[in-house]
Design a protein around this ligand. Structure first.
Ligand code: GAL
Length: 403
């Protein structure tokens, strides 16, 4: 009996370890790339994807780590008479295989989108009941990532867990390594079951809007709203199953598309910089979403800041903890590789904030060399504290290295 129990226990452990191993192999660090939805919604085409792929390379995004192009909803053209899912022939006249080949030839990867019901959120053909067939189709096309949405599916967590596991299993059998992105908007306890279900990332909130916070109270999610929803999930953080805080809105400036709904009037560059900072502190995927053909210098500078990207992608894979929370300020600490720490100081108030931060109050008791990753310079040596001002909605990010 004991032996039987032991055997059963070992097989559960092995299963869990296998799950963990696979996930880690699929997304050892948070996936980075560019996603169609926020700016383009249904206005997508193979030409847009090709042009974006070209820009990802020529503008240095690929080399900075942005490796995926994620095609979101509205690419589908129904099913053929063998029930194989097909792309819209007007938007993708050469088919997905040719497009994936092109994207791969640029040293990039291709993501696609489906939903765990019969129809997607935008009303297109989805994968419920066709999981294995669709996974095989995606594999044949050369797809590397699947964002799997949850519109039109039952509201209980057990069903959500099951439907995502079914798709993860289908992908695992598809013959190709395909990352699974869970998108149930933080509404069905994915923080508990996502790793076991085979997800490599899971969304923690409703859709990001291009705004600082939901001042108009229409229920949309601004940058600060998503920070405040995601940070308390920290105890559930698992390397290889990342908190997906949704797309970066940097560079959108309220220009339209779904991210401009529900009060998405646009943000200041300082606020976009805060989004980049906190998404990196929380090890979120970094998915740009503005039109890469129209990028100004400030947007480029924010999105291509190698030092902040390095925090996001740090190989230790830890997630920041919020150590200070007041009405005006939040301070986060993220342990990094090589014994370093990232410390972020966020001013949530509408005024400039003078700050004196004793590192000991964060549990960091040594003396440190302080690198300001937005200024790209060491600002202090042998420091036990930092003193300075933080602009309205700004985030200062420092890397602390023991002196
Ligand atoms: C939402 C999802 C968005 C986008 C959209 C497409 O459910 O959260 O990120 O994918 O569906 O219809």
């Amino acid at each position: 009996m004991k032996r039987l129990l032991l055997l059963a226990f070992c097989s559960v452990c092995l299963h869990a370890m296998k799950g963990q191993g696979t996930r880690l192999a699929l997304a050892p660090t948070p996936p980075m790339g560019w996603m169609t939805w926020n700016q383009f919604q249904g206005n997508i085409s193979e030409q847009l994807i090709r042009e974006t792929a070209d820009l990802m390379v020529s503008e240095g995004y690929r080399d900075a780590g942005y490796e995926y192009i994620f095609i979101d909803d509205c690419w589908q053209g129904g099913r053929d008479n063998h029930n194989n899912i097909i792309p819209d022939p007007d938007k993708f006249p050469n088919g997905m295989k040719a497009l994936a080949d092109y994207v791969h030839s640029k040293g990039l990867k291709l993501g696609i989108y489906s939903d765990a019901a019969q129809l997607t959120c935008a009303g297109y053909t989805a994968s419920l009941g066709f999981e294995e067939q669709d996974a095989r189709t995606f594999a044949q096309w050369g797809i590397d990532y699947l964002k799997y949405d949850y519109c039109g599916a039952p509201n209980d967590s057990a069903t959500a867990h099951r439907r995502y596991s079914t798709m993860a299993d289908a992908l695992a059998k598809s013959g190709r390594s395909i990352v699974l992105g869970i998108c149930e908007w933080g509404q069905h306890n994915a923080e508990v079951w996502a790793p076991e279900a085979g997800g490599s990332v899971f969304r923690t909130s409703g859709d990001v809007r291009d705004m600082w916070k939901d001042v108009t109270r229409q229920g949309g999610m601004g940058i600060l709203d998503i920070i405040n929803i995601t940070v308390p999930l920290q105890p559930f953080a698992r390397k290889g199953c990342w908190f997906d805080m949704d797309m970066l809105v940097c560079g959108l400036y309220g220009k339209g598309g779904p991210s401009s709904d529900l009060g998405g009037v646009g943000c200041t560059d300082t606020e976009y910089q805060t989004q980049m900072s906190l998404w990196a502190m929380m090890a979120s995927p970094l998915a740009m979403s503005h039109d890469l053909r129209q990028t100004n210098d400030r947007t480029r500078e924010i999105l291509l800041n190698k030092e902040i990207i390095d925090i996001d992608q740090d190989p230790l894979g830890q997630v920041a903890e919020r150590r200070i929370l007041t009405d005006e300020m939040q301070v986060f600490v993220r342990p990094l590789s090589e014994g370093r720490y990232a410390v972020a100081v966020l001013n949530t108030s509408d005024n400039v904030l003078p700050v004196r931060l004793d590192f000991a109050s964060l549990g960091l008791t040594a003396r440190y060399t302080l690198r300001d990753v937005w200024l790209h310079k060491d600002v202090k040596k042998n420091a036990r504290q930092w003193q300075g001002t933080v602009e309205r909605h700004e985030t200062k990010v420092f890397v602390l290295q023991k002196s």
